[in-house]
Design a protein around this ligand. Structure first.
Ligand SMILES: *Cc1c(COP(=O)(O)O)cnc(C)c1O
Length: 428
């Protein structure tokens, strides 16, 4: 089938047999028919695999999950109805009331609220660490009840590249997995499992779909974390599940334990299932991810260089620029490219920032990134507006920060639009 990720994104997940449809079928069905109630019982007991209700599993969803799994080099994967659901499931699958998470403070605003507000209400606490902290500071964040370490491979919107080695070493020395949201670089540019990450999540809403059409998420397990070696920390995986007649996920499902538990328990009870039609559309869009990421990254480099050379801009952040603080980490973990999102500082306060955005013509203002169409957002005024100035600072999101998601248009047109808006606000 080919082993390069940009081949897998075209060919992976579905191999039709003789005379079968070239594209995967859309099984837009809630339920599946059986002739034997005995077999249906075995499906409910998890003693046999098969489809019975789409809230738990659906063949179209599984085809696309299999493609993403192959792209990440994992052993098992599942789709969820949103990126938020993916991150919640990935954490809640191993964290119970009274447990604790160590998380990078530079993460997506929605994930920050999930962990800092909603999961706290559930009795799961978190210590946030600056991703650039020293190994000693990271070490000090752990508690006896810590069950997971969480970060983003490239943080949204601060564009901080995670030091996988530092975070994986700390997580593993405490017998807990490192979970990384790999939404921004995608497996085309970064494969976190190669650097010690145990579980990867995605907002497929972003580059994977890439056309602003389907909200969705994914969880992929590397199969590398040995739950049974740390069984006291992970009773949910290592002791019998009474709601499934005593299956022990880590024993009965081996390397598929994490995804099986998340499907059987969390999907069953929370039901954040993607619609098969959405998975199918996203799966089609995945086929062009390799070529799209190349163009997104080339455009980001060109636009970042233009902004860096423009005296009206205070600063530019793009890990692909040799002058960027995270260039060395990007070279180490994602040598072929990072992502199409860059950020930069527009001086003069909130009003100037807004005026600049309002003058853009082609680049749209949208609560979205990682789209084929260039778009921009002012985080301090939108996604991060619940955060205090202090939290904004910790998240690496200043009041002057503009996030620009470079699409796949001709780079000269993106630059021309930025130039005319700067001319309008600051003069030529
Ligand atoms: C958008 C995003 C999410 C949330 O995904 P939704 O599909 O909007 O729920 C999570 N993590 C990152 C890095 C994101 O950019």
């Amino acid at each position: 089938m080919g082993e390069h990720v940009d081949t897998i994104c075209v060919q992976g997940g579905y191999q039709p047999g003789n005379g079968e449809s070239r594209t995967p079928p859309i099984i837009q069905a809630t339920t599946f028919k059986y002739t034997s109630s005995e077999q249906m019982s075995r499906l409910f007991d998890l003693s046999e695999t098969g489809y019975f209700y789409t809230r738990l599993q659906n063949p179209t969803n599984d085809t696309v999950a299999a493609k993403i799994c192959e792209m990440e080099g994992g052993v098992a994967a599942m789709l969820t109805s949103s990126g938020q659901a993916a991150n919640f499931f990935a954490l809640f699958n191993i964290c119970n009331e009274g447990d604790h998470i160590v998380a990078s403070s530079a993460i997506y605003g929605g994930t920050f609220n999930l962990i800092n507000v909603t999961m706290r209400k559930m009795g799961i606490t978190c210590t946030f660490v600056n991703p650039d902290c020293s190994p000693e500071e990271l070490e000090a964040a752990f508690q006896p009840n810590t069950k997971a370490v969480f970060g983003e491979s490239i943080s949204n919107p601060a564009l901080i590249v995670l030091d996988f080695d530092k975070f994986a070493k700390a997580a593993h020395s405490h017998g807990v997995p490192l979970i990384v949201d790999n939404t921004f670089p995608t497996p085309i540019n970064c494969r976190p499992f190669e650097y010690g990450v145990d579980i990867v999540t995605h907002a497929t809403t972003k580059y994977m779909d890439g056309h602003g059409s389907c909200v969705g998420g994914a969880i992929v397990d590397s199969g590398n974390f040995d739950w049974l070696a740390h069984s006291a920390k992970f009773p949910g995986l290592c002791t019998p599940d009474d709601s499934y007649h005593g299956v022990v996920y880590a024993k009965d499902f081996g390397k598929a334990a994490f995804i099986t538990k998340a499907t059987a328990q969390l999907m069953r009870d929370f039901g954040s299932t993607p619609a098969p039609i959405n998975s199918w559309i996203m799966g089609m869009h995945l086929e062009s991810l390799g070529v799209r990421m190349e163009r997104h990254c080339a455009n980001a480099r060109a636009v970042a260089q233009f902004l860096e050379d423009d005296p009206r801009i205070s600063w530019v952040s793009c890990p692909e620029l040799p002058t960027d603080r995270y260039h060395a980490l990007a070279e180490k973990y994602m040598p072929n490219g990072t992502c199409g999102v860059i950020s930069f500082g527009v001086p003069g306060g909130r009003e100037k920032v807004s005026a600049f955005l309002d003058h853009l013509k082609m680049i749209s203002i949208a609560t979205h990134v990682a789209d084929a169409r260039s778009c921009t957002l002012y985080p301090a005024g939108t996604t991060h507006r619940q955060l205090t100035e202090e939290q904004l600072e910790e998240a690496g999101v200043g009041v002057d920060l503009v996030r620009l998601s470079c699409g796949i248009e001709n780079p000269d047109d993106i630059i021309a639009d930025l130039r005319q808006a700067l001319d309008a606000v600051f003069g030529e």
